[in-house]
Design a protein around this ligand. Structure first.
Ligand code: UDP
Length: 238
C-alpha cells in the first residue's frame, strides 16, 4: 500500500529496499519505471492530470525531498525516510557495476551526458554504459530507437519534471529497457557541471537551500514548497 501525499502515492522504503526493488525490476521482463517526486512535482501533479497519471503509474515512487517526509508525517502516515534520486541512482550503479546490466544516460545539454558517462565509468569500475543522448531533441521515436539499439537494460532519464515522467510512460516500452528512472538534474551533477550540496546540507535535508543560494533563479520554482506545506495543512484539517 502506498502512502498518499496530496494525490501522489509513495512507496514506503529505505534506500536499500528501493535499490533491491530496482534490481528486481531490471531483472524482470517487460518495461518498468521509477520516479522520485519532490514537493514541486507533487504540486505539478495537482494541476496536470497527465503528470499525475505518469507519476502514480510508476512501478516505484520514491520520496525525494524532505518536504514530502514532513508532509507524510503531518498527515499522520509517516514514511521511513527520504530516498533522493541521486542516492537511488548511485545505489543502482554500485549494484550494476561488474554485472551484465548496462546503462543509458538520457538528458541534459549536449555533451553533459558524455561527460557524466566518463566520470561514472571511473567512479564505478566495471559499469557498462551502453550509450548517451542529450535531452534537447524534437522527436521521441529516434531516441527510443537509439536506446533499443544500444541494448541498455536501464535508462536514467534526466529531462526535468514532468517531461521525464511523461516520456518514460509513453516511450519506455519502445526503448526496450527493463527499467527507466526519472532523475531530473542528476546528469548535471554526475558530469561535474553542477556541484552537489555539501554533506552537512544533505544530512539536514537542506539541499534545496544550497541549490537556491547557488542558483537564485530557482526561487520561482521553490515557491511551490511553501504552497505544498499549505496544501498539506489544509488536507490535514479537512
Ligand atoms: N532538460 C532536458 N531537456 C529539456 C529540459 C530540461 O534535458 O527539454 C534537462 C536540463 O538540462 C537539466 C534537467 O533536465 O539537466 C533538469 O534539471 P532540474 O535541475 O530542473 O531538475 P530537478 O532535479 O530539479 O528535477
Amino acid at each position: 500500500m502506498r502512502i498518499q501525499v496530496l494525490g501522489v502515492g509513495f512507496d514506503n522504503m529505505t534506500l536499500d529496499q528501493a535499490a533491491a526493488e530496482g534490481v528486481r525490476l531490471m531483472n524482470t521482463e517487460g518495461v518498468h519505471y521509477a520516479v522520485t517526486p519532490n514537493p514541486e512535482i507533487v504540486e505539478i501533479c495537482r494541476e496536470d492530470p497527465e503528470a499525475a497519471a505518469a507519476v502514480n503509474g510508476a512501478d516505484l515512487v520514491l520520496a525525494d525531498g524532505i518536504g514530502v517526509i514532513y508532509g507524510a508525517k503531518i498527515l499522520g502516515t509517516p514514511l521511513k525516510g527520504r530516498v533522493t534520486g541521486i542516492s537511488f541512482a548511485q545505489a543502482l550503479m554500485e549494484r550494476m557495476a561488474g554485472s551484465d546490466k548496462s546503462l543509458f544516460l538520457l538528458g541534459a545539454k549536449p555533451g553533459v551526458a558524455e561527460k557524466a558517462a566518463e566520470n561514472l565509468r571511473r567512479q564505478y569500475p566495471g559499469l557498462n554504459i551502453a550509450g548517451t543522448h542529450d535531452g534537447y531533441f524534437q522527436e521521441d521515436g529516434p531516441v527510443a530507437e537509439a536506446i533499443r539499439a544500444s541494448g541498455a537494460d536501464v535508462v536514467f532519464v534526466c529531462l526535468g519534471a514532468p517531461k521525464q515522467e511523461k516520456w518514460m510512460r509513453q516511450n519506455g516500452a519502445a526503448s526496450g529497457a527493463q527499467l527507466l528512472v526519472g532523475l531530473g538534474g542528476c546528469l548535471d551533477v554526475f558530469s561535474g557541471e553542477v556541484e552537489r550540496a555539501p554533506e552537512v546540507f544533505q544530512r539536514l535535508g537542506l539541499e534545496w537551500f544550497h541549490r537556491l543560494v547557488t542558483n537564485p533563479s530557482r526561487i520561482g520554482r521553490m515557491m511551490k514548497l511553501p504552497l505544498f506545506l499549505v496544501h498539506v495543512i489544509q488536507e490535514k484539517w479537512a
